[in-house]
Design a protein around this ligand. Structure first.
Ligand code: G4P
Length: 295
């Protein structure tokens, strides 16, 4: 996994994002932290907790249409056990989106009743949406805005470039000011991000990556793997990822002139099929392995 390890981590970028987010914190009431339901741990920016400080937060497990429902349930229970409000949804079908506004209102219940007692009834609730690239922030905001027939607003007095979206009566979302990079410097996390396609494939060796993915699937999800590619569990148990990849290429008839196996094409297929959940709904970060998760 040399390629993944060598992805550079630019602390300078994080510093800029940190400053931008911190400068907006006073304008918002809560933070919606979007995580990928297949990798709730690996898709969490490691600095987030210190950046958002003690702002009320809501964890949103997005893309749950591609995650194992039993694991998603465990993750939700884990967050709730830590007194962190958490919901699961998918922006593809829109399933679960209805729970978002009520959950935020529930988290802010004390504040809302304090506003009410001060005569600030109906004060607009403002929530900042954060998450690593590709986790579905735009999809989430667009879905929420569309669902509630709202429009993008340009607010005078608020730093230019900030995008506010009205998603319901008295409810605004702020798109993240800046990019929250994932934790690329941990090879295990980098690999998982690459598996689900959060790291651009053009900076990776896709044959090597798909070989690693095949070994990972062989060790953790052998049944869906063998069913998809008609592999023999006993046969692949001691095989190298690259050899499993070649076997899949051969079975799929992916040959180049001269009869050699087109492992590049096989790699693209394996990665694509894993990422669009053709092997089924699989969660890579298991809740039971991350009971110390903090947000
Ligand atoms: P970002 O703003 O955080 O960077 O993420 P964005 O909304 O652009 O979403 C990244 C990709 O993830 C998009 O796919 C989007 O359609 C997909 N996506 C977002 N939410 C969900 C979800 O809940 N389930 C599934 N299955 N996919 C989701 P794309 O291939 O980049 O673009 P496109 O397919 O929309 O054209």
């Amino acid at each position: 996994m040399e390629e993944i390890k060598s992805i550079q981590w630019f602390p300078g970028h994080m510093t800029k994002t940190r400053r931008k987010i911190e400068s907006q914190l006073r304008l918002i009431d809560a933070v919606a932290v979007l995580l990928d339901a297949r990798i709730p741990f690996s898709s969490c920016n490691p600095d987030l907790r210190s950046i958002i400080n003690n702002k009320p937060r809501i964890v949103v497990l997005n893309k749950c249409d591609m995650a194992d429902p039993a694991q998603t349930k465990k993750w939700l229970a884990l967050f709730r056990q830590k007194n962190i409000a958490a919901i699961a949804l998918d922006c593809k079908s829109g399933k679960g989106l209805n729970a978002f506004i009520p959950t935020v209102k529930n988290v802010l219940a004390d504040r809302i009743s304090a506003w009410n007692s001060k005569g600030m009834t109906g004060r607009t609730i403002k929530v900042m949406v954060v998450g690593i690239p590709n986790v579905g922030k735009s999809s989430f905001i667009n879905r929420m805005a569309k669902q509630n027939r709202a429009k993008v607003e340009d607010r005078p007095g608020v730093t230019r470039g900030n995008q506010w979206f009205t998603i319901g009566k008295g409810f605004d979302l702020l798109d993240t000011p800046g990019v929250l990079w994932p934790k690329f410097d941990d090879p295990a996390v980098g690999e998982r991000l690459a598996f689900i396609g959060s790291v651009k494939d053009d900076i990776l060796d896709t044959e090597q990556l798909s070989g690693r993915l095949l070994e990972y699937l062989r060790d953790n999800f052998p049944d869906p793997l063998c069913a998809r590619y008609k592999l023999d569990k006993a046969e692949i148990i001691t095989m190298q990822g690259y050899d499993i990849l070649a076997m899949i290429g051969r079975k799929r008839g992916m040959l180049v002139s001269g009869g050699e196996i087109n492992t590049e094409r096989a790699a693209a297929t394996v990665l694509d099929e894993f990422r669009n959940a053709s092997l089924g709904r699989l969660t890579i970060d298991k809740a039971e392995d991350h009971t110390d998760v903090r947000i």
